[in-house]
Write a protein that binds this ligand. Structure first.
Ligand SMILES: Cc1cc2nc3c(=O)[nH]c(=O)nc-3n(C[C@H](O)[C@H](O)[C@H](O)COP(=O)(O)OP(=O)(O)OC[C@H]3O[C@@H](n4cnc5c(N)ncnc54)[C@H](O)[C@@H]3O)c2cc1C
Length: 351
């Protein structure tokens, strides 16, 4: 099989890349190892209103679980509340919608198809269809790697991760805030309760191997505290876990290969948010790949430059602040004063 641009991964980053390419009429193939794009969901699903600059969320009502008006930060000593409008998405619908848009515009989507090798000398990827049990090659002029946090290929790997685990449970109070909790039993990380109608995504994320506390232990303590507070019930409707890269920008390009989304290390090192940056970087990677095809000239170094100009400074700042924030959460000395410089909802963070 042959195409101008191959894209590995049909998450928000890969689908945004495919949409950008197809809008410019460039043939592209999008492969994803999942049988159904977007499932299983490994995300707490909060995204700010600014996603609308890239995807008109209000035009896909089924992709919205609920609207959010505030962000709250609970340090254990104080509860801080900020304006913070956004959505708890239904990621399964959102991801499928984006991939569907790409297909409508002309992208070819191959699901249940895992890319297991990049042959950069031959400009091809080896893929295996788990349905047909057939292995074959896809030849490309340009390759976009949008595989999420764990990139199994040699091109730049993420270096540090937050390990996250989350349940979907019943929510006993009406909430229009996403709440982040800092607790000594969640060392080097934090916990969250993100409401979705009568339910909530409740989870914790901890940096490993810095902390050796088992995730399951922290999560059960967190669930107990939330239950004792009467916020959530006892039903566990879903359980998921996943990785959040926190070491910042990661290589980005390698010859005619460009990385985007989590694969490029674009998640926010403090909050773990990565949906918006996946959509933005995927769109940019697609645009630069399209221009490269049209100009018959590799423009991925320009992609790298633009991506760095958008994300690099804020990611470097966040990485530095994370290294101060997480130990503080464990030791808890002067937490209420210091948190203001270290959590991005506070104005002081930007001073
Ligand atoms: C528990 C948790 C909670 C989170 N909560 C939030 C949140 O509330 N808000 C927020 O903004 N961000 C959140 N994030 C981060 C967010 O989920 C990611 O930043 C976002 O999904 C990145 O999109 P992506 O397209 O880069 O990667 P992904 O969404 O991970 O998509 C990658 C795709 O590539 C496919 N793939 C991988 N390898 C291969 C291969 N070899 N061959 C074929 N296909 C492959 C996968 O199947 C997947 O579909 C959270 C993450 C976790 C783990």
């Amino acid at each position: 099989m042959k195409t101008k641009v191959a894209i590995i991964g049909a998450g928000p980053a890969g689908s945004a890349a495919a949409i950008a390419l197809s809008k410019k009429g460039i043939p592209n193939i999008l492969v994803d190892k999942r049988a159904v794009v977007g499932i299983p969901v490994q995300c707490a699903e909060f995204v700010g209103l600014n996603i609308n600059a890239y995807v008109n969320i209000n035009s896909i009502p089924s992709a919205i679980n609920q609207k959010i008006n505030y962000i709250e930060v609970d340090t254990g000593e104080n509860l801080y509340k900020f304006d913070g409008q956004g959505y708890i998405l239904n990621r399964a619908v959102f991801d499928l919608y984006l991939a569907g848009e790409a297909v409508k515009l002309g992208s070819r989507l191959l699901t249940a198809t895992r890319a297991y090798k990049i042959n950069s000398q031959k400009n091809s990827i080896d893929v295996l269809s788990s349905e047909d049990k057939i292995s074959y090659e896809i030849y490309y002029d340009y390759l976009i790697v949008a595989t999420g946090p764990k990139n199994e290929f040699d091109c730049h790997k993420n270096r540090a991760y937050i390990y996250a685990t989350q349940v979907k449970t019943d929510l006993l109070k009406e909430l229009d805030s996403v709440i982040c909790y800092f607790r000594p039993y969640i060392p080097y990380g934090y916990g969250w309760v993100f409401p979705k109608g009568g339910f909530a995504n409740v989870g914790i994320g901890i940096e490993k191997p810095v902390s050796s506390v088992p995730l399951s232990l922290s999560l059960s303590k967190f669930l107990k505290e939330m239950r004792d507070a009467g916020l959530i019930g006892f039903k566990i409707l879903e359980k998921t876990s996943g990785l959040v890269p926190v070491s910042g920008l990661n290589g980005i390009t390698c010859g005619n290969i460009a990385l985007c989304g989590d694969a490029a290390g674009l998640t926010h090192p403090i909050t773990g948010a990565g949906i918006l940056s996946a959509v933005i970087s995927g769109g940019l990677a697609g645009d630069y790949a399209a221009e490269s095809v049209k100009a018959s000239k590799n423009l991925f170094e320009d992609y790298k430059e633009e991506l760095e100009s958008v994300f690099k400074n804020s990611l470097i700042k966040a990485s530095k602040k994370r290294s101060e924030l997480y130990p503080l959460m464990k030791e808890r000395v002067g937490i209420d004063e210091k948190i203001k410089q270290l959590w991005p909802s506070f104005q002081e963070y930007y001073n």
